[in-house]
Design a protein around this ligand. Structure first.
Ligand code: HEC
Length: 113
């Protein structure tokens, strides 16, 4: 069961995603901040930079791999981050813009590898 504060956070994020689609905010995405968040909150499990390759035994997909999945989009990413898969913990991103920045950072690797 989520703590009340996490539920509230999730609601705030969902409201943000619904009222301002991530993909529609390209101008304001802070990629450097996204990279920082990825390093801080995601690199424990994921390979988060474009130079990191996935060792075959690694069960967690790298961000390059995630970015280049067919039909990948910023909105789909945001959903996966907000409603994590089984092994993925719920994150507390500090501000709604964190979600936009980290999805923007991941999507910036699309088509680059
Ligand atoms: C504790 C380990 C862990 C951390 C930390 C973590 N993840 Fe994950 N993540 C996973 C695992 C494991 C999967 C694969 C889940 C599955 O396939 O069921 C995954 C899957 C994903 C997916 C879906 C990939 C797809 O195929 O569409 C996205 C997007 C994602 N993670 C983003 C993030 C972001 C962004 C962060 C940091 C804010 C993060 N993850 C932090 C373990 C983690």
């Amino acid at each position: 069961m989520l703590k009340r504060s996490s539920q509230w956070r999730a609601i705030v994020f969902i409201a943000t995603v619904v009222t301002s689609p991530v993909a529609g905010q390209e101008g304001s995405t802070d990629y450097a901040k996204g990279a920082l968040i990825a390093e801080r909150a995601c690199s424990l499990c994921h390979d988060v930079t474009i130079d990191e390759s996935d060792p075959p035994e690694n069960k967690v997909p790298s961000f390059v791999k995630i970015a280049n999945e067919p039909h990948q989009s910023a909105d789909r990413l945001a959903e996966n981050i907000l409603f994590p898969h089984r092994d993925m913990p719920q994150f507390s991103l500090d501000a709604p813009s964190d979600l936009r920045d980290v999805t923007g950072y991941i999507m910036s690797m699309r088509g680059k590898k």
